[in-house]
Design a protein around this ligand. Structure first.
Ligand code: BGC
Length: 905
């Protein structure tokens, strides 16, 4: 007996030792078309991604095997629709489906087996996705709505007061329901109920588009909302951007309309379809008596409709819906996420005004709306107005909102308490004026509901410098506040449009902080949809304003963002898809805008550079302005090089040589026209002219250092270490200064709090980023407090240069990372993280009293070169995961595989 137990002990010890040494490999974060368990994919060959993790360093995938089945059980039993077989590759990003044709409306289940260099192969959990409609003929529903205008003022073309439409339909399910999918597009914006319950947290859905070209619909699995007896579907329709009807000149597509198709599968295998048709009822006599994103929502509680979205409601006073014309655009399952409430914040103060009104301060310039719990008096409206700043006397500053009315009105049906939040508007605001209360409300009566596209926050960033930290926070609020199914210029005034130039480089910087690939991919489609038949690209997309200026610098976003989606996310589909449209635009520009190998058209110049006088919006000083032909030609040259790379990706050798030849000619003409070899100045020697030439590779060999000297001289001399560029130059400034050896100048610009600088904005109360460097003093005609275009390449610099999280050029989506931070004097620590498609990358360095330490994590299946200045006195010894240690000039270069590492002295 004793012998046996000793033997058992020994056996257990062996098992324990083995357990601790067996790496804990996991396959996580299963995604289909970059989404977790998506419902509503209409791509015939969806692509799969996953991440691998383990507690042991140097994890590499050796092979994968992907399986797809019609149910989780069939997946386990091996009754498969597709088995990829063993594919010996590290690939785990966007692996395409290659099985039998997939069917509309079917849910598929998948898992992936991964064999790594650490132990046995492991299976992932089971993921799923649901197909949307793959054929136009799947649609049985008709577009419905209400043709007549019901309210006074609805026809006012300048500022519409159209009431929300309420639509309902009762239907009998009759039998136990197994599965139910709702395909729905409620234009402009909709909110949907089944049996009185909201089916999703989405707001202002579906996403915006150029409705004559594309109409996006959402798919929801609504099985849990249905009963086996009577059911009611209710939909509210707001105007959104479909029925815009407002000045100045916003495109309008028509009155709101709905397309809905509910596909019910019963437990007994039979099916039913409930679709929008003339059996539905409609009213526009409900409580939302007017709604418009720019002007506000008016809610009259006296007109509440009771249980209009539940069974048995008496809708005899409602009308039969009108059949409406289809919007014209192709119906597409929405690829990008909808908007929803992402955060709730509380106001920080409330101040009574002499006129009995109250001013609420949210403490933050935010985008969304105010949700209230107040007490009102029957028939006495409570009026809320929204603004970003206050006037000196403490009242709202509304001048910079131009014609946007930004007013929500609630009229109580009875005396007493009520709770309310609008549905079909949003505001960009920090302050709210509340009129119509006869008591002082409490701060707790209000909640700021922050809305933007549902996407993961992928980055964190913090340093020892409070100015940088505040600017990062301001950028974070500004970026998310300007995601509205398109990246908008601003969220508050009468504009709120997808201006291309604002995002050309910004989108790349934003991608460190937000998982914005799907939003931007959809926006590239808006850009293509908005392209004119001649090939001209609209400066705003969707082109709700008609602006075909044929300049280069704004349309460049089309190319740069497609490239960003490829390099940051590893997805080349946008490049491939839009390549013909890009090519059309290039040809159009060459035909209409090129003279003597220069592009001579430009509309915006170096938009919003700091002007010579504090009141101006645009500089009038010719020494500060950069020549338009220079800007257009420099950027076009860069786009030719991009096109050559895009062509290369597709093995299109003919195009490569066309673009390369033209680029060479353009470079020659550019230098002949603008470069002075004696002084190494471009044109009138603005920082923008020189930095674009330098960073875009236009400077003749051997002159780079001299051109750079001019940039530094100008910045340190004329501008005393301040920024002198507008939207164009700022896209290259921080990286340009740093990669040419003057991180000290970049750091000064980044930490200045005197005019002009991001720090100046923050010091003067900005909690987002201003449209103008002089936003506090300039004319209100074009002066928003929440624009992101002046961020330029700042966020890229934060992550790539300060934190040292940079994708090695040519290595897609962080398969290989260059970790080579710069260490500007005065900056003592940086802590940053970024969720790449492979997993989280972390970099946290600090230095104090001659001590340096650096903690790094890189995810499974990736590698990095870690670059440590030799004079930091760090000794690197070989450890598991460290592949190589090299000395290279002033640096120790450590080649690492996945894992967590600490370097220090
Ligand atoms: C917008 C900008 C835009 C610019 C171009 C402005 O009104 O707000 O962000 O890029 O116009 O003209």
């Amino acid at each position: 007996m004793r012998k046996i137990s000793l033997f058992l002990w020994a056996a257990l010890a062996v098992i324990l030792v083995n357990c601790t040494s067996v790496p804990n490999v996991e396959v996580k974060k299963l995604r289909v078309e970059m989404k977790e368990n998506p419902v509503g994919i209409d791509i015939p060959q969806p692509r799969f991604s996953w991440q691998i993790t383990s507690g042991t360093p140097a994890l590499e995938q050796e092979y994968y095997q992907l399986q797809v089945a019609a149910s989780p059980e069939q997946l386990k039993e091996g009754d498969l629709i597709w088995d990829s077989g063993v594919d010996s590759t590290y690939l785990c990003v966007l692996v395409p489906y290659a099985g039998k044709p997939l069917e509309s409306g079917k849910t598929y289940y998948w898992r992936v087996k991964v064999k790594t260099n650490q132990g046995d192969a492991v299976w992932s959990d089971v993921g799923s996705w649901t197909m949307a409609f793959l054929n136009a003929s799947d649609w049985k529903a008709s577009w419905i709505g209400q043709k007549e205008m019901a309210n006074q003022g609805e026809t006012d073309q300048g500022k519409t007061r159209l009431a929300a439409r309420y639509l309902r339909k009762e239907f009998d399910a009759g039998k136990p329901v197994k599965n139910a999918l709702l395909y729905i597009s409620g234009l402009g914006s909709s909110e949907t109920y089944l049996n009185g319950k909201r089916i999703a947290e989405d707001v202002l859905s579906p996403t915006v588009s150029l409705y004559t070209e594309k109409v996006y619909y959402n798919v929801y699995n609504v099985t849990d909302f249905l009963t086996s007896g009577k059911n009611t579907i209710g939909v509210m329709l707001g105007n959104g951007r479909y029925f815009s009807m407002r000045n100045p000149g916003m495109m309008t597509f028509g009155l709101p309309r709905l397309l809905a198709q509910l596909e019910v599968e019963y437990a007994d295998g039979s099916k039913d379809i409930v679709s929008s048709d003339t059996s539905w009822k409609v009213t526009s006599k409900g409580p939302i008596v007017a709604n418009n994103e720019f002007d506000g929502e008016e809610y009259d509680a006296r007109l509440e409709l009771g249980d209009w979205n539940k069974n048995g409601y008496d809708d005899s006073a409602w009308k039969t819906v009108d059949l409406m014309e289809a919007p014209g655009g192709k119906l597409i399952a929405q690829p990008n996420p909808n908007i929803c409430i992402q955060e709730r914040i509380k106001p920080v103060s409330i101040t009574g005004r002499p006129d009995g009104k109250y001013i609420l301060d949210m403490g933050q310039n935010m985008v969304g709306w105010l949700s209230v719990n107040l007490k009102g008096k029957k028939d006495k409206p409570i009026i809320m107005k929204f603004a970003e700043t206050l006037q000196k006397d403490g009242s709202l500053y509304l001048a910079n909102l131009r014609s946007a009315n930004v007013t929500d009105i609630y009229t109580p049906a009875r005396d007493g308490k009520f709770s309310w939040a609008p549905v079909f508007v949003y505001h960009g605001f920090r302050f709210v004026e509340i009129d119509g209360l006869d008591y002082k409300p409490e701060l707790s009566d209000f909640t700021g509901e922050v809305i933007y596209d549902k996407m993961e926050t992928t980055g964190t960033f913090e340093t020892s410098n409070p100015v940088i930290n505040q600017i990062f926070k301001n950028a974070y609020w500004g970026i998310r506040g300007n995601y509205r199914g398109m990246p908008t210029d601003c969220p508050q005034r009468d504009e709120r449009l997808g201006w291309l130039g604002d995002r050309a480089t910004g989108a790349y910087g934003e991608s460190f902080v937000f998982d914005n690939a799907l939003l931007y991919k959809k926006w590239l489609q808006d850009i293509e949809d908005s392209q004119s038949p001649e090939g001209s690209i609209s400066d705003v997309s969707p082109n709700y304003w008609i602006l075909y200026n044929d300049d280069v610098t704004w349309p460049s976003a089309f190319f740069y963002i497609a490239d960003m989606i490829y390099t940051q996310y590893g997805d080349d589909s946008a490049i491939r898809k839009h390549y013909p449209a890009m090519k059309r635009w290039m040809e159009h520009m060459l035909e209409t805008g090129m003279k003597d190998n220069l592009i001579v058209k430009d509309t915006y110049g170096d938009w919003c550079m700091p002007p010579e006088s504090q009141e101006l919006i645009h500089s009038q000083d010719p020494t500060r302005k950069t020549d338009g032909t220079l800007l257009s030609t420099a950027v076009f040259y860069d786009l030719l090089n991009k096109m050559a790379c895009f062509a290369q990706l597709q093995w299109n050798y003919d195009d490569i040589s066309v673009y390369e030849d033209l680029a060479a000619k353009m470079k020659k003409a550019y230098n002949e026209k603008f470069f002075n070899p004696e002084t190494a100045e471009y044109a009138n020697n603005t920082v923008t002219a020189n930095i674009l030439s330098l960073r875009l590779g236009l400077v003749p060999d051997g002159y780079e250092a001299k051109v750079f000297e001019n940039i530094v001289k100008k910045t340190e001399g004329d501008f005393k270490g301040h920024v002198s560029t507008g939207v164009l130059g700022i896209q290259h400034l921080m990286r340009g200064l740093t990669e040419n050896g003057r991180v000290d100048v970049a750091y000064k610009i980044a930490t200045n709090d005197t005019y002009p600088s991001w720090g100046y904005m923050a010091k003067n109360g900005a909690t987002t980023i201003w449209e103008l460097w002089n936003g506090d003093t300039a004319d209100p005609a074009m002066n928003s407090a929440n624009h992101v275009m002046l961020l330029g390449d700042l966020l890229i610099w934060y992550y790539e240069d300060l934190a040292g999280i940079k994708c090695t050029p040519g290595a897609l989506c962080y398969r290989h990372i260059d970790m080579a931070p710069v260490f500007p004097e005065g900056l003592n620590h940086v802590t940053a993280s970024y969720q790449s498609v492979y997993g989280e990358i972390k970099s946290a360095w600090k230095r104090k009293d001659g001590k340096f330490s650096w903690d790094i994590t890189i995810p499974g299946n990736t590698y990095a070169t870690v670059c440590i200045p030799k004079d930091f006195g760090v000794k690197v010894t070989s450890l598991p995961g460290i592949c190589e240690i090299n000395e290279d000039g002033q640096f120790i270069k450590v080649e690492i595989a996945s894992g967590t590492y600490h370097f220090g002295n």
